[in-house]
Ligand binder design. Structure first.
Ligand code: PHE
Length: 446
C-alpha cells in the first residue's frame, strides 16, 4: 500500500489491524506458552499485561502513525526532529524480519496439515499417532522448507499487488467463521470425559508454577499477540484519516484478541487432559491435540479442513502486515514494489531456514538451552518487542506534547475522553517501569 493510500473505512482499518493481531499468536502460541508456564497463572499475568501494557502501547503506536501520517521510520524522525529516532523504526523492521522468518515456518506446518486433512489422512487415527505424525511432519527437511517457501510466496504475491482491500473484504467473513468454529470446538472439548481437569489447569491459578522467565514470556506474548512494539501499527495507522476513533479501535482489537486467546485455551486444555496429552508439549501442542478433538466430532474431518483453511487465512493476514512493513520501508512508498517484495521474501526465507530445520536435522543445536527456533522467537518477542515498546512509550510521553496526544486519543471518541488521563499515566510511568522491571528481573534469573 502506498503511503497516500487510505483504508476504505474505519471498519476496514479495524479489520486490518485485527487481522494483523489475530493469528498464530492467540491460536498457536498462547496455548503452548500457557501450557509450559503452568496454565492459569500465566493466563492471568498475560491478561494484566495485555490490558495495562499491550493495549496502551497499541494506542500509542496508533497515535504516532495517525499524527505523522508517515511510515514507522520517518514518523519518529519527523515528530522529534532528530534523525536518531529513526533507529526505533529500523528496530521494528528488523524485528518484523525475524518474526516473519519463524512465523512462516509455522505457516508451512498449517499448509501441510491442511493438505493432509484435505486428503483425509488425518482422521480416524488413534490419539497417540497424532504426536508421532507431528514429529514426522516437522522433522522432514524437504516438507518444512517447501511449505515455508510456499507460505512466503503466497504472502509476497498478495503484498506485491497491494490487494489488501480484497483481503479486508475476505476478513469480514473468514474471521467470524473462524470464531464460530472455535466455539463449536470449545463445546466439544468441554464435553469430553475428564475435561474439568483441563478447565481448572487453565482457570485456577497456581502462582508457584510461574517463574520470572514465565513472566517475561507473558509480557512478550502480550506484545506478540497484539503486534505491538515493532512500530508496525504506526505504519498501519498512518493510512488512517483524521476522523477515525483510535481508542475505539484499540478496544475492539484488544478484546477480540483476548477473547480468541481465551477460547483457544478452552478448546485445548480440556482435551489435553481428557486425552492424556502433555500441556508442556511446546510448539506442537495445537497440532497434536486439535486433530484428536475433531476426531470426536461428526464430520470431524470436514470441520478440521475448514478450520485449517481459516487458520491459514488468519496466519496470512498477520504475515501480510509483517511483509507490508518491510516492503514499505524498503521502497519508501514508491516504485519497485514488486521486485522489493520478492527480494524481501527471499531474504526472510533464507533467515528462516535454520528455524525450519531446528525441529529436525538441526535439532541438536542449542543456544543458551533453546532450539534455534525458540531463540529467534525469544529474540523477537522477549527482547526486541519489549525494548521497542519501552522506547516507543518514552518517545510518545516525552517527545510528543500532551495536547497533541489528547487530541489524537479523544478525536471522534467518547471513550477516548474517559480513557485519556488513565492512558497518559500508564504510558508515561507504568509501561516503561513495568517493562524495565520485568526485563531486568527475568534476564538476571537466567
Ligand atoms: N500478532 C500476530 C499473531 O498473533 C503476530 C505478529 C506479531 C504479527 C508482530 C505482526 C507483528 O499471530
Amino acid at each position: 500500500m502506498k503511503s497516500n493510500d487510505q483504508w476504505s473505512s474505519r471498519f476496514g482499518f479495524i479489520l486490518a489491524s485485527a487481522g494483523s493481531a489475530i493469528g498464530l499468536g492467540a491460536l498457536w502460541k498462547f496455548p503452548y506458552m500457557a501450557g509450559t508456564n503452568g496454565g492459569a497463572a500465566f493466563f492471568l499475568v498475560f491478561l494484566l499485561f495485555t490490558v495495562l501494557v499491550g493495549a496502551p502501547m497499541l494506542l500509542a503506536e496508533f497515535v504516532v502513525g495517525r499524527h505523522s501520517q508517515q511510515n514507522a521510520v520517518s514518523s519518529y524522525q519527523s515528530i522529534s526532529g532528530s534523525a536518531k529516532w529513526k533507529w526505533l523504526g529500523y528496530l521494528g523492521v528488523t524485528a518484523s524480519f525475524i518474526i516473519l522468518s519463524f512465523y512462516s515456518v509455522i505457516g508451512g506446518w498449517v499448509i501441510t496439515y491442511l493438505t493432509r486433512s484435505f486428503s483425509g489422512s488425518l482422521t480416524g487415527l488413534p490419539n497417540s499417532r497424532y504426536e508421532e505424525l507431528f514429529g514426522e511432519i516437522i522433522g522432514s527437511p524437504s516438507t518444512a522448507l517447501l511449505t515455508q517457501a510456499l507460505f512466503l510466496a503466497i504472502t509476497v504475491a498478495i503484498v506485491q499487488f497491494g490487494v489488501q482491500k480484497g483481503i479486508e473484504t475476505a476478513s469480514r467473513y473468514m474471521m467470524p467463521a473462524l470464531f464460530i468454529l472455535f466455539l463449536v470446538l470449545v463445546v466439544r472439548s468441554l464435553s469430553l470425559d475428564g475435561a474439568m481437569e483441563g478447565v481448572s489447569f487453565f482457570l485456577k491459578p497456581d502462582f508457584s508454577m510461574l517463574s520470572a522467565e514465565g513472566v517475561l514470556d507473558a509480557l512478550g506474548q502480550s506484545f506478540f499477540a497484539l503486534s505491538v512494539g515493532i512500530s508496525l501499527m504506526v505504519t498501519y495507522s498512518s493510512y488512517l484519516d483524521k476522523k477515525a476513533d483510535l481508542t475505539g479501535s484499540v478496544v475492539s482489537v484488544v478484546s477480540l484478541n483476548v477473547l480468541i486467546s481465551f477460547l483457544a485455551g478452552l478448546a485445548i486444555f480440556p482435551a489435553v487432559f481428557a486425552f492424556g496429552f502433555e500441556p508442556t508439549e511446546g510448539p506442537g501442542l495445537i497440532f497434536t491435540v486439535l486433530p484428536a478433538v475433531f476426531n470426536q466430532m461428526a464430520f470431524g474431518g470436514l470441520f478440521f479442513t475448514v478450520f485449517l483453511a481459516l487458520l491459514l487465512f488468519a496466519t496470512l493476514t498477520s504475515a501480510f502486515s509483517l511483509m507490508e512493513i518491510i516492503v514499505s520501508t524498503v521502497t519508501r512508498g514508491e516504485g519497485k514494489r514488486k521486485k522489493a517484495s520478492w527480494i524481501a521474501g527471499l531474504c526472510v526465507f533464507l533467515l528462516g531456514i535454520p528455524s525450519a530445520l531446528s525441529f529436525g536435522v538441526l535439532g541438536d543445536i542449542s543456544v543458551f538451552g533453546r532450539s534455534i527456533f525458540d531463540t529467534m522467537d525469544f529474540l523477537a518477542s522477549n527482547l526486541l518487542m519489549p525494548i521497542g515498546a519501552l522506547l516507543i512509550s518514552v518517545f510518545v510521553s516525552r517527545k510528543m506534547k500532551r495536547e497533541i496526544l489528547a487530541d489524537e486519543v479523544m478525536m471522534s471518541s467518547k471513550i477516548g475522553r474517559v480513557i485519556f488521563p488513565i492512558w497518559y499515566r500508564l504510558i508515561r510511568y507504568f509501561v516503561p517501569a513495568a517493562i524495565t522491571i520485568v526485563l531486568i528481573t527475568s534476564l538476571l534469573s537466567y
